[in-house]
Design a protein around this ligand. Sequence first.
Ligand code: BLA
Length: 511
Amino acid sequence: MNKFSVDLTNCDKEPIHIPGKIQSHGFLIAVDKQNLAINYISENAGDFLNEQPKNLLNKPLAAVNAYIRQQDPEFNIEDLLKLGIIRNNFDAISPHPVELDGNPFYLIISASINDWLLEFEPVTLQFDIQSSIGRSASAMLQGKSVSALLSGAALEVKKLISYDRIMIYKFLDDGHGEVVAEEKEAALEPFFGLHYPASDIPKQARELYKLNLTRLIADVNQPDAPIITFKENEPLDLTNGGLRAVSPIHIQYLKNMGVQSSFSISLISHGELWGLIACHNYSPKFIDYKAREGSKLIGQILSSALEYRQDEEEAEIVELFKDTANVLSEHLSRDKYLIEAITGHKRTILNATTASGVAIIFENELKTIGDVPADEDIRELAEWLKQTTDESIYYTHRLSEIYTPAKKYKKIASGMLSCTLNKELGEMIIWFKPELITTVNWAGNPEKPVTPDENGLLSLSPRKSFEIWSQVVNNTSEKWRSEEISSVLRIREIIITDINKKANEIRLLNE
Ligand code: BLA
């Protein structure tokens, strides 16, 4: 068994692919790729096979036949495995229905490094999930925008596997995540819009979720079953398996939240883990292989739809920025006063970025739109900018760190992008973005005392990581995108040309 002792400093080093044990709702046999002899077997196999697992160790796989009942009397587990090996694909033969002690089971085969993994799991689905998936997918794809698509996906997954809470959890630039869609039982408190630290899902777990697209944790209170082997120094790699035991720290995390079962489906966009469909149940819940594969398919359809719609929305934003530049240019050529031209019509200078507020200081006048700090605060900031920077464009997504007076209005202005029109006169336009984390909450009741489990994991409580993280992410807005910078540069060019043109006109009039 792996001897790694996990704590908050080494989470991302925990070898979660070789835990040396499995979740005990099923059992596992691993056979050598060379000679198909049983190299590993889970200790709980005895509960299902009526045989001491250690007696099967080192035996040929064929020895297992005696315990498995099959509709086809000719069935031979070895032939099935060989068929998968010849085809170089186990998807076509998994899951294979078998009967153990009168109960229906699925045999699911996958590859490890030197072994084939044979996992036996109970069958629970009573209906044909295939037809539901088709309906779910088309209902989900009705969503025309990214957010409608995500809400639709949460709803369809809830209908399909009926967990208490389904969340779409999206990873942001710095690896931390946000719940961007949610479908839940009415009595549960919403997690929608909440942000969580990157360390909640460490790096190696994310890598693993890119390879194995679903992750079921059936019951956080059920003891694991150790894997026994005579290959003491060769832990079995369970990356592709479905029964892999869960990291103790993640079990503690789920317990802290009151969750007893979780299921996640990976969402991949442009080859990277975009997020997860994270499902919680407040009582133990096992869903069988077909239900998991059905959910995986929904995840894959969602992933490709997301890729397409996101690119489309991205292009729309860039288009909007360009169009804003054109519209403002027209207003500037018609209107006498600059401030009127860029703030007085339906399309304004605010639309040059995705900011939520903008201030214009021009000819001693201050005009604002949207969420901005108080007038005197803006004037002070402008004065500071005038003294501090010679750049025509200056931006930050952590304003209060470089300019402490901004602390008092960080909620609306943690992000700032300024564009100088005339440095000597202190004329400029300043866009503001709000602090990203305004209502950070740990997903659970932070007042409730955490009870250490038998491993004494209190000190490793994810709540601790959350405290550390929330201090780091405070004072931060969404980053300024390169498209926003280009848009502001383009508009600055247009405005300065217009200012010069108008100045020239006045000069000509006076001559
Ligand atoms: C795994 N952590 C996960 C997973 C999720 C989260 C979704 C995938 C497995 C699952 O579905 O349960 C985190 N779950 C969340 C978050 C929300 C949620 C953020 O519902 C928000 C609503 N976790 C920690 C710390 C460590 C850690 C500090 O908080 C490490 C020290 C580890 N999390 C951790 C590990 C896994 C994990 C190791 C992988 C579990 C596995 O697949 O074995």
